[in-house]
Design a protein around this ligand. Sequence first.
Ligand code: AHG
Ligand code: MN
Ligand code: MN
Ligand code: MN
Length: 346
Amino acid sequence: ETKKKNSYEIQTLTGWLLKQEQSGTIDAELTIVLSSISMACKQIASLVQRAGISNLTGVQGAVNVQGEDQKKLDVISNEVFTNCLKSSGRTGIIASEEEDVPVAVEESYSGNYIVVFDPLDGSSNIDAAVSTGSIFGIYAPDDECLVDLSDDSNLDSVQQKCVVSVCQPGSNLLAAGYCMYSSSVIFVLTVGTGVYVFTLDPMYGEFVLTQEELKIPRAGKIYAFNEGNYQMWDDKLKAYMDSLKDPGTSGKPYSARYIGSLVGDFHRTLLYGGIYGYPRDKKSKNGKLRLLYECAPMSFIVEQAGGKGSDGHQRILDIKPTEIHQRVPLFIGSTEEVEKLEKFLA
Ligand code: AHG
Ligand code: MN
Ligand code: MN
Ligand code: MN
């Protein structure tokens, strides 16, 4: 008969990853890449929780390729992520919000995976200790475009190859996830077989499985938009936003929840249902969020949970990036809520 699960039987992320490897869902190399990412997230969690003590709040003094004033923790989180991935030996190319161009990893000796990441999401919240996170996505190595680092005679062709390898549609993602640094440190992961949630147990510093095959509610009366931009939105979007505030026959309008961290607003949407939106506006023609390492990984996760990720007209995962920091409008969450939005924008 089936082995009775002991009530105290806990499953760590490491144990879960090994099970996926045994079942052939992921290979040994990808297991190591994911394990190195979870290590980076644990290190960032501890840096974030002690930011005020170790004088790591505030700005670094530099501006990143996005034109944003980099926080000290933006830079340090990027270094932590990069070092963990390089030392895994299985990462071929990395693309980060905080790196101008993709970085080909010399240390890679097996696996050659392509990893895209936002090392610290919602970093404007860090000084106020409001939830932040890290977001990542992993693509298969692009064999026909393998970067030959020994041939450093034409570095810019190496560079160009890296950009081509990285600019893949989200539908090619092998794995995607995020870590949320909040009242709990929560690691959410999909490898294409559903969404799994792990909570960091500070008693012994391991992520423990707390939810399996998480499904997002089909609908939810919670919306997360920065309404400060309302005047700059187009009329169809304004009509949609106004409709959410109509108490209607139920007498209850939608509730507004917006914390300014995609990871925090998304995680609440994934668990409670509803919709998160970052539309285009007169100021930002393509919205603010980056396709490669924010919108695509989150859209892979939400689809694995039965939800939708859209730019208002098409599936986010179908969009092939033309450059690595490309921005797209994002509407993501419960299927019924995203489809309602798409009808207004049609
Ligand atoms: P990041 O901190 O990685 O640059 O991302 C910030 C993003 C996202 O996390 C958040 O939802 C959004 O910016 C908030 O933007 P506004 O402050 O314009 O609302
Ligand atoms: Mn940023
Ligand atoms: Mn971000
Ligand atoms: Mn960021």
